[in-house]
Design a protein around this ligand. Sequence first.
Ligand code: AHR
Length: 344
Amino acid sequence: MFRKRSYIAALIGILLAMTVLFMAFGSRLFTDIEEESVVAEESGGGQIVVGVSQLGSESGWRTANTESVQNAFTQQNGYFLIFNNARQKQENQLKAIRSFISQRVDYIVFSPVVETGWETVLQEAKEAGIPVILMDRSIDVDTPDLYVTCVGSNFVEEGEKAGRWLENELSRRGDANRTVNIVMLLGTQGSSSQIGRTVGFASVSSGHENWNILEQEYAEFTSTKGKEVMRGFLRKHPNIDVVISQNDDMTFGAIEAIREAGRTVGVGGDITILSFDAVHDALEMVADGMINVDIECNPNQGEYLLQVIDMLEAGQTVEKRYYVEEDVFTIDNVTKELLQERNY
Ligand code: AHR
């Protein structure tokens, strides 16, 4: 009898402790999902609910891309935005997309951190009848009807532009047939921007036997990693002539490493720098002659996304691919006006 009573008392104690623990931490554990659910319910007043899974915040370009999306999907424009930052992890994006599906949003927009591994979750979205729009990067799937359209950059073309610029520049310098030693800082492994730019540049470099790719390494599109990888290149290769850096943040880190190693960069320097993105700070460096060329990658994709959703809402057919407009910048076309109006 005594043992039975103490057993019941212990059970009650455990239940009380669990209740206290749940009140203290449980609500915090479920905050995200609850807040998002409330948001979706509150938005019932005729607004279009869009769940956006942004892949991270690794670069200045990414910050600008996020701002562009947030400025587009506003209440004034008739939208209710549920935004999630996946912090560079595909598993976080999968979780966010599933959460959007369970909240029955009207559209899912996401920038895939890598190209592969999306079939299952996109099938789930399809079965739930939610249209999926890719932004910035694309995916590699056997069934393209898993997404409606993709709004972003032509990364292969960007890589080709870098190759063509180098080709012309070497001819201009009278170095077209000289051996040119190149290192490459690559972006996030398996992302479509990394793959596209690599493929595009290779399509030009393969036609030049004298272009000697000494080494290429992933540096995650970040300044810290760009610096670290560049330091390694400089230690191993005293003869680097050209750096191809697949985004501006890696370029900033790489230039720091090069200068610390006592070498010079850019126009008239001993290492030629090719970069991608063309964010404001990088364009300043182009104007100052520290970066030789910057291949633009346009982060202002919010407006394009609005147009696509407007068309879908109007029952119109949309293209499978929309490319944003992009330019190439050198010291010759970075004007004061351009620097003033560049808000990222
Ligand atoms: O996918 C676009 C790339 O991702 C941009 O070049 C880079 O800065 C970003 O992190």
